[in-house]
Design a protein around this ligand. Sequence first.
Ligand code: ADP
Ligand code: MG
Length: 253
Amino acid sequence: MHISSDDLGLAARAHSLTKTYGSADAAAIALDDVSVGIRRGEFTAIMGPSGSGKSTLMHLLAGLDAPTSGRVWIGDTELTDLSDVELTVLRRRRVGFVFQSFNLLPTLDAKANILLPFELDGRRPSAIERSRIDALIESLGLDARLEHRPHQLSGGQQQRVAIARALATAPDLVFADEPTGNLDSRTGREVLRLLATASREQGQSIAMVTHDPIAASHADRVLFLGDGRVVADKPRQSAEQVSAFMLAAEVAA
Ligand code: ADP
Ligand code: MG
């Protein structure tokens, strides 16, 4: 792992992560000795073909699943040391999630969906948090939609509500799992620009799993996975460069 002097630190890191499924004699190795850092304030794409270990890596980094061996930290907190309850609280307070299928609660309006992380934490946003959330809502163009329920919103609007919810607590790290997978290409580009802006202007660390070269081209950094290993770690790439690399990796495999 190469860390340069302008790094602000790591929002998450993994050391020698291995994940196997199944019994020892018929084990499937989903992740094979992966060590990687997600840098603070950076928009990182995790790219790779189907079955390369992207979802497994994201789940382990987010504390949604435990590794077979190896260690994971979010900020300076080692997840492997935490109880299930401690992990749940840490995820709620320090990690935001954006999913392909938006995952909004259908019975709540947009505002209540955005404030859900606070509700689950049993507290109200502070004055500083309220003003940050108001600014987020404005920058995402959601002012006029706050009383709408998810079914009254377009896909792009629902994903913007999900982004506002993911950013509302100013988490250390936001994980996005194929966030544009259910959007048309124009709306998808808009969502990618919003994620890029969040990392640039609010210093959010974003890790986005994707198999779409165009989505990956919006990121500051592209991690390529293949067969459970990190096969390349590149600075910002054009969609053409990402496609060419993926094609070459497929041919070599
Ligand atoms: P990706 O997200 O890149 O498509 P995954 O992380 O989902 O890849 O999967 C990596 C490998 O681990 C694949 O070979 C997959 O079949 C296997 N795998 C993932 N989850 C499970 C599971 N729950 N049980 C058994 N094998 C799994
Ligand atoms: Mg996957």
